[in-house]
Design a protein around this ligand. Structure first.
Ligand SMILES: [Zn+2]
Length: 448
């Protein structure tokens, strides 16, 4: 399994949220989901694959037109050194990739995403009303948006730079696209997207908007952007999108099984640490550029060997703190350490903390849904002195969570979630509760 994964710029939870809220037709959401899932099986970065990047002396990038279809890379339209094509999507991608390659070359001394000058293959006009952009391991791919919520994804130069940074990460630290390492993978892409945008606009870290995907929404959507690195959780609040779910501090870290463990959600925490570091370091240096200040520190950490596939927040913080000391001395080191501490991350151990052992004597029940949308929870430790233990133990011994017949949830009816001594969680709609499950729920929820 590759450590990179396929990054989709619009996270799956947001697509589904939009689908639920009627912003995209169900057919379109399904179509997009199918494409995304096919892509995961269509990786083409194996060296023997015909689309594997060539190392050409002259053409460092090539933009292709998929013509609304989903075959990659599509028809070649414009290469490095060629004049404008007249097609807005093609020319926006050309401008974006030129600026991105220039930043990596001039600021970080890096030749393309692999560090060896690989040609960058880009594809625009991908799919039908495709509301996303992604890197599949070989191609940077951009849809034209659905026109109702999303505009074409080539409009925003930070989208392209975000996807390109996934390619850099895949060839360097290889942060696994899951949990904390996945949130770091996402954050690093936002970091270099913001650096690129500010560099293109000639802004300092103090002047930058720190908004990611500012240009992707059509008029009338209540969204300043897709993410706000400086103020995570405030980028959008719209009836069709829901509300920006990003936390800004470890206290609010979101534990979820969706979105590969919340990679697009918890990236808000390291994103804010970067902004705090970039502003502080920018204030100490002439020009105050994020790309050349904190950006260089993050780049050194990402590529320096101490960050690997399973690096978690605290270890990444330690790597950036060490990189700050190497490049800027004690003053920069302190700034970076304080930035991480302000978001609740203490620079420290090098590896992801192991997952806690399953609570194999713990029984949990919760009830959610219902018209008011409230959740009640109950739990019982079978090793405790609680008087309910004998009765609960008897029920747990009888219940087989794997053998339950369950139908679809019904509007406004309750849904119960059971976790029995490390088994589950299993969700059961109210109408499908067995007698034993009802009794167990009554026992555990009675004191709440
Ligand atoms: Zn991404």
């Amino acid at each position: 399994m590759t450590p990179l994964g396929t990054c989709r710029f619009i996270p799956p939870y947001l697509l589904e949220e939009i689908g639920r809220r009627g912003g995209l037709s169900a057919e379109l959401v399904e179509h997009q989901r199918r494409l995304d899932s096919e892509l995961r099986h269509r990786r083409t970065d194996a060296p023997g694959h015909p689309d594997h990047p060539r190392r050409a002396a002259r053409a460092r990038w090539a933009v292709h037109d998929a013509g609304g279809r989903t075959e990659l890379p599509g028809r070649p339209v414009r290469r490095d050194g060629q004049p404008e094509s007249g097609d807005a999507g093609v020319d926006e991608a050309a401008v974006g990739i030129s600026a991105t390659l220039a930043m990596y070359d001039e600021v970080y001394g890096r030749a393309s995403f692999d560090g060896e000058g690989a040609e960058v293959l880009l594809t625009v006009h991908y799919g039908r009303s495709y509301a996303n952009a992604f890197w599949d391991g070989t191609h940077l791919v951009f849809g034209d948006g659905d026109g109702r919520i999303f505009r074409p994804f080539t409009r925003a130069v930070d989208v392209l730079a975000h996807e390109f940074a996934h390619a850099v990460t895949g060839h360097t630290a290889g942060l696994v696209y899951q949990g904390q390492s996945g949130a770091l993978n996402e954050s690093v892409s936002d970091v270099f997207a913001a650096c690129l945008e500010q560099r293109v606009l000639g802004q300092s870290a103090a002047e930058g908007t720190w908004l990611i995907g500012q240009e992707i929404f059509v008029e009338g959507v209540s969204a300043r952007a897709l993410r706000d690195m400086a103020e995570p959780g405030t980028a959008y609040d719209d009836p069709r999108l829901g509300r920006d779910p990003q936390p800004r501090h470890m206290d609010d870290y979101v534990d979820t099984t969706e979105d590969n463990g919340g990679v697009h959600i918890n990236s808000g925490i390291p994103n804010r640490a970067f902004v705090l570091a970039a502003r502080a370091i920018g204030a100490l240096s002439a020009g105050g550029s994020a790309a050349e200040g904190a950006g260089r520190i993050w780049y050194d950490a990402l590529t320096g060997g101490s960050v690997g596939p399973d690096t978690a927040f605290s270890a990444f913080a330690a790597a950036t703190t060490a990189a700050a000391r190497r490049t800027g001395g004690a003053e920069h080191e302190t700034v970076v350490r304080e930035a991480w501490e302000q978001v609740g991350v203490t620079p420290g151990s090098r590896r992801t903390t192991p997952p806690p052992a399953p609570d194999d004597r713990l029984v949990r029940v919760s009830r959610s849904g219902g018209f008011a949308g409230l959740t009640v929870r109950g739990a019982l430790d079978l090793d405790s002195a609680d008087p309910r233990v004998p009765e609960v133990q008897l029920l747990v011994d009888r219940i087989d969570l794997t053998a339950l017949a369950r139908g679809a949830p019904q509007p406004d009816r309750f849904v119960y979630r059971f976790e029995l001594c490390g088994d589950g969680p299993v969700d059961v709609p109210e109408q499908d509760l067995t007698r034993d499950l009802s009794e167990l729920a009554d026992l555990l929820l009675s004191d709440t």
